[in-house]
Design a protein around this ligand. Structure first.
Ligand code: NAD
Length: 339
């Protein structure tokens, strides 16, 4: 099959490229504009594959995107490309509006143009799968509730609002134009190759450099963590078995307070790093609470029953196994953290 991946040089997109290229019958074309968040090292093992092609391109480029679609002739489009860091969206929302909303709009428009010209056999197969986040649902506060697929959207940050807008566009392109779309809303991912700005790589980096580990507020915010390879399996499951026009929530049922997550990493790092900096008895002493993020959501928690029951997906990793793998990977690949 021919997979067109956007944002395939990023954290999750590159995991997808590495996964699908293993099947020699698949062809992958990766469109990525290579922003600061990308890392081509994550694609070193696929670069020389005859079934892999890379196009450095902005998803907002109307003409080029259509040319690429026509040339590659994809069966599937899996759309990961986005600005993805909430803190950056608070400082500089413009690029989030441009990439996440206008970029998705451009992909949808071109997909529809491309789809309309397909023969009936290819039309049956074609899917546009949009990768989104649980953050579109907003804040669960101190309740014991979970996000379901029909939870009303109530985004808090410029990032989540831009992703929510893109989700609405994707759904509208199904309802109005009958483009065969699928949508996934996933919880926080972690694993190899995640950019150093994100929470888990930050904690590892700070411990390795003997610097304070900043934690927003009192560290009480709860996130539901999923190992990136479990997310990839879930996306491929939705692509294969998902019902056109539907959205699927994906989560690991690992709701953890940020402070507990950081403490767990500290324990593992203390146990694993023999070359701890001098004067540092335990990395726990590096924990420093800092002023809370503006508009910080208290809690996210995913109800993933639909994808489990309807499509048979469930995660392979527990948080304990996934975080250990992740820490081991960062310790073996310290250069990625640019210490
Ligand atoms: P990332 O920031 O690591 O990677 C994004 C990639 O998109 C980068 O390679 C970047 O160069 C590329 N990109 C950005 N703007 C572009 C543009 N205009 N044109 C072409 N390419 C562009 O992001 P990620 O963490 O891998 O997330 C991928 C997707 O998954 C995003 O849509 C995000 O909203 C969603 N998501 C992420 C998480 C998470 O925890 N990381 C959870 C749920 C959903």
């Amino acid at each position: 099959m021919k997979y067109l991946i956007t944002g395939g040089a990023g954290f999750i997109g590159s995991a997808m490229v590495r996964k699908i290229i293993r099947n020699k019958e698949n062809f992958v074309l990766n469109i990525d504009s290579l922003t600061y968040a990308s890392n081509l090292d994550s694609l070193k093992i696929v670069n020389n594959s005859p079934n892999y092609t890379f196009e450095k391109e902005d998803i907002c480029n109307e003409v080029k995107i259509y040319e690429i679609f026509k040339k590659f002739n994809p069966d599937y489009i899996i759309h990961f490309a986005a600005e993805s860091h909430v803190d950056n969206s608070i400082q500089s929302p413009d690029i989030f509006i441009k990439t996440n909303i206008l970029g998705t709009y451009n992909l949808l428009n071109n997909s529809l143009k491309y789809y309309k010209d397909l023969d009936s056999k290819k039309k049956k197969v074609f899917r546009f799968l949009h990768i989104s986040t649980d953050e579109v649902f907003g804040d669960l506060g101190e309740t014991n509730q979970f996000f379901c697929e029909d939870t009303p959207y109530n985004p808090s940050s410029p990032y989540s609002a831009s992703k929510a807008s893109s989700d609405h566009l994707v759904k509208a392109w199904k309802r109005t134009y009958d483009l065969p779309i699928l949508l996934t809303n996933c919880s926080n991912n972690y694993g190899p190759y995640q950019h150093k700005e994100k929470l888990i790589p930050t904690v590892i980096r700070k411990i390795l450099t003997n610097s304070n580990i900043p934690i927003y507020g009192k560290g009480e915010n709860i996130r539901d963590w999923l190992y990136v390879e479990d997310h990839i399996e879930a996306i491929l499951t939705v692509l294969k078995y998902g019902k056109i026009g539907q959205s699927y929530n994906i989560g690991g049922n690992n709701q953890i307070k940020n402070i507990d997550l950081v403490k767990q990493i500290c324990s593992l790092m203390d146990a694993k790093t023999k070359d701890k900096p001098k004067n540092l008895e335990s990395s726990f002493s590096l924990i420093k609470f800092v002023q809370d993020r503006a508009g910080h959501d208290v809690k996210y928690a995913i109800n993933a029953e639909k994808i489990k029951t309807d499509l048979g997906w469930s995660p392979n990793e527990t948080f304990s196994t996934g975080i250990e793998k992740t820490i081991d990977w960062y310790l073996d690949n310290k250069s990625f953290l640019q210490l």
